[in-house]
Design a protein around this ligand. Sequence first.
Ligand code: NAP
Length: 252
Amino acid sequence: MGRFDGRVAVITGAARGIGFATAQRFCAEGAKVAVIDLDESAAADAAARLDGEAIGIGCDVSDAAAVEAAFERIVAELGGVHVLVNNAGVTRDNLLFKMSEDDWDLVMGVHLKGAFLMSKAAQQHFVAQKYGKIVNLSSVSAYGNRGQANYAAAKMGIQGFTRTLAIELGPYGVNVNAVAPGFIATEMTDATARRLGMDVDEFRELNAQANPVRRVGLPEDIATAVAFLSSDEASYVTGQTLLVDGGAKLVS
Ligand code: NAP
């Protein structure tokens, strides 16, 4: 008996990294899972690697028509939707004076417009059935991080978005929360190491030493928190942003 038996979980950016680990967690706890990612074959491949019922859908979360089509498929193929995890993300880091308008727009588009479109599509099902869970991925970078004006603004925007949806949707049985990860070992942080001209392992070790628990986070650390916030055990928790960062923010 799993916490998500009979539930359908939609997870964006789930072809790899935190999204994939979250999809694995939901499957392991009984959910049917829709893996959403930019590339249809990567999404289908990830879905095939999950140990449970799952489908992969190619969808740019910042494209309204693609999001609408994705939800039609999810409902037709999996029978409904109960949990939405807005996890898809990109970084386009640069100091403000070198940041292009395209890099600003892309980061806003994927994180903020993507979460908006996906949540808007999900809420019509959630409100009708008086049940739903939304978990949005913020970041400790929301509190400010050199070279990430676009990403920090989007991730703090996610926190305001989360609090507002919690107020609007709470009366309809919908909980909305966010998780703000610290450093998690994924392709995203490996790409940052390469951009800084650092060895990936050295970069991870540097970040491990920067928090009280002296290790980097793993995608599974975030999946665990997302699953808790999506579960009925957390039905009295809403509008919150949970930092999962090994305590890094306490000491920085
Ligand atoms: P990741 O390994 O880069 O995975 C992100 C996934 O999102 C990729 O598969 C990517 O596809 C997909 N994606 C990008 N744009 C998309 C779009 N428009 N529509 C649908 N899918 C899209 O990233 P991660 O490290 O797992 O991060 C997951 C989330 O956690 C992100 O929101 C990130 O900002 C947040 N986060 C991560 C960390 C960390 O340390 N890793 C820390 C704080 C917050 P492509 O590969 O095709 O681009």
